[in-house]
Design a protein around this ligand. Structure first.
Ligand SMILES: [Zn+2]
Length: 314
């Protein structure tokens, strides 16, 4: 069994969104409950939540934005920046814990305590921009983690594979001028947030290090696996990443209420296997998956379990 690390803490459920909001605390409960029933659960390396040093968040977000997030959210606002980013008074601190937990996971993987990691955190991150919150996201957990492993461990090439059904505008915008972090996304298109056309390929020295694979509504397992095999994997092999982050959203699942893409849970297992092959060749096996979307509780839990199954059975 390959050493696999798991980050979850009840504090991540203290970020409460308005009634009827799809990004709700029950998502994490569903995941944790299903994982607890698995024979491998007690073997998972547990990673703790943490309040991070703000300097790491400032690698991606403006100090003014961070201060404004604290002030407005803790001041009692019911949403932050965008109407869809519903918050409660605890949400700022919980968002800090989400970032900090992911940084702890980075340490765990970089120090070789586990090969693979899964971060069951919320709020999610990939829509969060340098200066504003959007799409249920406050701080960009994956983008901050990518910079962190460069800063702390001298990693030169980081790949981020974003299979959430939405385009990760915030992550792309963080790195589109940077050749050291290759952002790749498959997403329903045209769709929220509107970015992610295949003509967006990065600029300056980052040109060619942004890859967008827009998927038509109604696309399913076959189209997605083919996009992985024809584009994602060859690009990764050429880039030779030293670590792979997955922006692991599960809203492309057929049962998800927010999308018109039809993936089965097993397809996330297959994606993971394909990425493990790359990580074995170039990245000393290092893969960290961070939860983004996924709003049908059963499909979400099942799909996360398939990813962790792929990790542990390696
Ligand atoms: Zn999404």
């Amino acid at each position: 069994m390959a050493k696999t690390a798991y980050l979850f803490d009840p504090v991540y459920m203290e970020h409460r969104t308005e009634w009827g909001h799809p990004e709700r605390p029950e998502r994490l409960a569903a995941i944790d409950e299903l994982l607890r029933k698995q024979p491998y659960f007690t073997e998972l390396v547990r990673v703790e939540k943490m309040i991070p040093d703000i300097k790491y968040i400032e690698m991606i977000h403006d100090p003014d934005y961070i201060a404004r997030a604290k002030r407005e959210i803790e001041g009692g606002d019911s949403y932050f920046d965008s109407m869809d980013t519903s918050v409660c008074a605890r949400s700022y601190e919980v968002a800090l814990y989400a970032v900090g937990g992911c940084l702890n996971m980075c340490d765990c993987i970089m120090k070789g305590r586990a090969r693979y990691g899964f971060c069951a955190v919320r709020p999610p991150g990939h829509h969060a921009e340098r200066n504003y919150a959007a799409g249920f996201c406050i701080f960009n957990n994956v983008a901050i983690s990518a910079r962190y492993v460069q800063e702390k461990y001298g990693i030169e090439r980081v790949a981020i594979v974003d299979w959430d059904v939405h385009h990760g505008n915030g992550t792309q915008h963080s790195f589109e001028g940077d050749e050291s972090i290759y952002y790749m996304s498959l997403h329903q298109y045209p769709y929220y947030p509107g970015t992610g056309s295949d003509s967006e390929k990065g600029f300056g020295s980052g040109k060619g290090y942004t890859l967008n694979l827009p998927m038509r509504m109604g696309s399913g397992d076959e189209e997605y696996i083919q996009a992985f095999e024809d584009f994602i994997i060859p690009e990764l092999e050429q880039f030779e990443p030293q670590i792979i982050f997955i922006s692991a959203g599960f809203d492309a699942h057929a049962n998800d209420p927010l999308s018109a893409i039809d993936l089965g849970s097993d397809t996330f297992y297959k994606f993971t296997k394909l990425l493990q092959d790359v990580a074995r060749s170039y990245a000393d096996n290092r893969i960290i998956a961070v939860l983004e979307g996924g709003y049908d509780l059963e499909a979400l839990a099942d799909s996360v379990e398939r990813v962790i199954q792929a990790f542990v059975e390696e």
